[in-house]
Design a protein around this ligand. Structure first.
Ligand code: KG4
Ligand code: ZN
Length: 347
């Protein structure tokens, strides 16, 4: 086994983070817990397909990875020879996409003779709160982690940076996926979440109502809600061809409110069950204005401490990979050149 060692007594570490789990090729440079650069190449190619095409995603990662890493180093004003370690996303994610990032990270670490660090993408979404931020100190442990993204919806009991236990999850679609699929039926571009959020600002959230799915314990389900939304659109569009156009803002506001209510109910239930007063949110849907609003309200009403990431660390990014890399470096949790990527890597 090719494990590596490093002198982490050096006071300053420069970490290159690489993220390629889905459709964003991202690279970031951190000096300890401080982000010096955070670069992302979004793949526009998937928009015309209304969702991610895995084969196209890995090809685009291959084209993007070298320029994105070069850009991250250049913005950080760091020569690659100054890097202390390279952290990369080992999973979960699309296999072909993960392989591009991992092959690149391994070759670069080998070429520079520096340690390689494996990062779990889901841990990184929560640990992005440990990136140096002058506006908000990091959360203290333990806390309730809530990961709301395009691929996952998870409630997590977090005891320490590396002790995370899933206590609830979606049984079918992720919340971001539900936003995207509801947006698709309304003719919005992929990913539709940000556009639904924007349109909902001027809509009536009570114009349409949808049944809240009943799921045991702390699990959630979004596929029934998505089907109810699609049925509402189809039934009304048969009677009025302009139904979507005439009701777009109200439809967006109503479905957004319902999607957020589903997860908020489970966050409240998890709080009661585990007596965790700190809620730490991560993932693309953490950018959503409704989820931010209701959590801030809950913080005031229930005396919760709520942590929402700065917008640049909500959707997939490499700074969150870099911060986990830094924490692992400090804890001597170095990676293994022989370790393969894992599409379903558990927490
Ligand atoms: O974390 P992320 O970049 O990728 C995954 O790991 O899945 O999350 C992407 C998801 C997409 O489904 C996108 O529609 C959603 O985050 N999203 C939003 C907003 N911004 C991004 N959903 C609702 N409101 C937003 N403002
Ligand atoms: Zn993600």
């Amino acid at each position: 086994m090719l494990t590596q060692s490093v002198n982490v007594m050096k006071s300053t570490s420069y970490i290159l983070g690489i993220e390629s789990s889905c459709d964003d090729t991202a690279a970031a440079v951190l000096r300890n817990d401080e982000v010096l650069s955070n670069c992302i190449a979004n793949q526009k190619i998937h928009q015309s397909y209304g969702g991610i095409v895995p084969e196209l995603a890995s090809r685009a990662h291959q084209a993007n990875i070298v320029p994105v890493v070069q850009q991250a180093l250049s913005i950080a004003n760091i020569d690659k020879k100054e890097l202390t370690a390279i952290a990369y996303t080992r999973g979960p994610g699309l296999l072909g996409s993960l392989l591009v990032g991992s092959a690149f990270a391994k070759s670069m670490a080998l070429g520079l003779n520096i340690p390689l660090i494996e990062v779990n993408h889901m841990q990184a979404h929560l640990l992005c709160h440990f990136i140096k931020n002058n506006d908000q100190p990091p959360p203290t442990f333990p806390f309730l982690g809530v990961t709301v993204s395009g691929g996952h919806t998870q409630l997590v009991k977090v005891e320490s940076p590396f002790e995370m236990k899933e206590i609830g999850r979606t049984r079918d679609d992720a919340i971001g996926e539900a936003f995207d699929k509801c947006g698709k039926i309304m003719g919005l571009n992929y990913p539709a979440g940000p556009e639904i959020d924007r349109l909902a600002q001027d809509g009536n959230p009570n114009a349409f109502s949808f049944p809240i799915p009943k799921v045991d314990d702390l699990d959630v389900s979004y596929s029934g809600l998505k089907t109810a939304f699609i049925n509402l659109i189809n039934n009304n569009s048969r009677k009025n061809h302009n139904f979507i156009e005439e009701n777009l803002k109200d439809l967006c506001a109503s479905i957004q409110k319902t999607l957020v209510t589903v997860i908020l109910e489970k966050i409240t239930k998890a709080q009661e069950k585990y007596k965790l007063k700190r809620v730490v949110v991560g993932g693309g849907v953490a950018a959503n204005s409704e989820i931010r609003k209701v959590l801030h309200l809950k913080a005031q009403e229930e005396n919760w401490e709520v942590f929402l990431p700065p917008f640049q660390y909500t959707t997939d990014n490499a700074a969150m990979i870099g911060i986990v890399g830094y924490q692992k470096l400090l804890n001597h949790r170095l990676g293994d050149m022989n370790q393969s990527v894992s599409a379903k890597l558990p927490l």
